[in-house]
Design a protein around this ligand. Structure first.
Ligand code: EPZ
Length: 421
């Protein structure tokens, strides 16, 4: 297993390009299960989680022709409609193949993802929705066994806003008989991006990006060409890196329009953010020359403050002036980074869903351990600002969601390197 060593204290200065969005690319690649001819997807990030979904799709019988970040992908005749435990357990988002497999091939056997570091993350809402669409679903020996003659359109209300639940059902409904209405649907930009791709394939989806989505089923879908949007969480992570190191970074192709909740809070905390163009994909200049002020954060489904940025802003609040209360409303156990940040001198107390962060003038380097994807990002950020050399182990978590992050940070002047443990 690799370790990352960071000698803190350098200001990050320069330009960085944001890679394609992991959480957009995963459902978009799964949508290739819906068409029998070649789709072309550009700007697909090179990440461990993307490698995992490709392995699963190849196992099913999808054909993939890769050239750098461009993927040509189609599913003519599947070998199997099963997503095995060995693959699904490494990445729970693999369950995103359930909807497309079932609606196109009329059956799917997908392993239940099992536990996850940040919470139970059940799939009950995905399954309830598919049953309402007429699927016959059994759970046995850790697998979801689903079959149908043809899914039927239905009116579905999600008790909780679920991103991959909305995505799974949107894909299932695209080939269903009749109209499906999703209420209390997830509004995340990645959901809207998937609807874009499905509509390019000939689906009939309206309202994606709002909490009410209407999908009129069609008989067949044709291949699409699409460029994956930039990753808003990677962009947000670099914004915080600039704020924490008194840096001056130009983030190219930054999806500012998807980062409203974060940028409001960063400006409140004293980070200067100058959007070169308000539209998506413009360059944005981030300057961290003011001292940081504490802000309170409540994570919520989009357009609220993203839970995927909670660990990162907690690292920033650890060196801000004053007290910050960070409330995690989306997942029940997403504070694993707290004990590691405390090893670096952060003053944080957890009370239920709240983390009370008392800013310190600085953090100290220490050997720390990554526990999940975004926790590892928060430790990188803390290491960039800490005095001395921080050693982060289990960085395979980081590789799931950040493409070439050491290279990008090195180019910005960070003293960072990866070593074999
Ligand atoms: C997606 O996960 C993202 N992953 C997560 O990003 C992100 O944190 C999450 O949405 C919330 O924004 C991908 O898009 C691949 P949910 P997802 O279903 O879809 C509960 C990262 O770091 N729930 O929106 O799995 C669930 O337990 C990852 O990139 C049910 O109770 O999340 C959670 O408390 C981490 N029953 C809440 O809803 C269900 O059937 C939101 O989960 C489904 C969800």
């Amino acid at each position: 297993m690799d370790k990352i060593l960071i000698e803190g204290g350098n200001r990050l200065i320069g330009e960085v390009s944001i890679s394609g969005s992991k959480n957009a690319a995963l459902p978009i690649l799964s949508a290739a299960l819906l068409t029998d001819d070649w789709n072309t997807f550009y700007n697909v990030p090179k990440l461990k989680d993307i490698a995992t979904i490709k392995t699963l799709l190849l196992h099913i019988g999808t054909e993939i022709d890769e050239d750098g970040s461009t993927l040509k992908i189609r599913t003519r005749n599947p070998e199997t409609t099963e997503a095995p435990y060995e693959l699904v357990k490494t990445m729970r988002a693999s369950a995103i193949v359930l909807g497309p497999l079932l609606t196109r091939f009329k059956r799917a056997r997908v392993s239940l993802p099992g536990g996850c570091a940040i919470g139970a993350r059940p799939m009950n809402l995905h399954l309830l929705a598919l049953e309402k669409m007429g699927a016959d679903i059994k759970i046995e020996s850790g697998y979801i066994d689903a079959k149908t003659d043809r899914l039927k359109g239905a009116k579905i209300y999600f008790d909780i806003s679920t991103v991959t639940g909305t995505e799974n059902i949107m894909m299932a409904a695209a080939l269903a008989d009749g109209t499906t209405i999703l209420e209390n649907a997830a509004c995340e930009p990645e959901v809207a991006e998937l609807a874009d791709v499905l509509n390019k394939m000939g689906a009939n989806i309206k309202g994606a990006g709002t909490d009410c989505i209407t999908i009129k089923g069609v008989d067949r879908l044709k291949p699409a060409t699409h460029t994956v949007m930039p990753d808003r969480i990677e962009a947000g992570t670099f914004m915080i890196a600039a704020g924490m190191t008194k840096g001056d970074i130009l983030i190219k192709n930054c999806p500012m329009h998807n980062l409203e909740a974060l940028t409001v809070k960063l400006r409140e905390a004293g980070v200067e953010i100058q959007a070169e163009s308000a539209s998506g994909g413009g360059a944005v200049r981030i300057k961290g020359n003011n001292s940081l002020r504490s802000v309170d954060i409540k994570t919520l489904p989009y357009p609220g403050f993203p839970t995927d940025m909670q660990a990162q802003i907690m690292a920033m609040m650890s060196i801000a002036n004053g007290l910050s209360i960070i409330t995690e409303n989306v997942f029940e156990n997403r504070f694993m980074h707290v004990s590691e940040l405390k090893r670096m001198g952060a003053d944080i107390r957890i009370e239920g869903r709240n983390a009370i962060v008392k800013g310190r003038s600085s953090l100290n380097s220490a050997p720390v351990m990554a526990t999940d994807l975004r926790a590892s990002a928060s430790l990188i950020l803390a290491g960039l600002a800490a005095e001395g050399v921080t050693e982060i182990s289990r960085v395979y978590h980081l590789d799931r969601g950040y493409e070439k992050i050491e290279e990008k940070l090195l180019k910005l002047g960070a003293k960072i390197k990866r070593v074999k443990e």
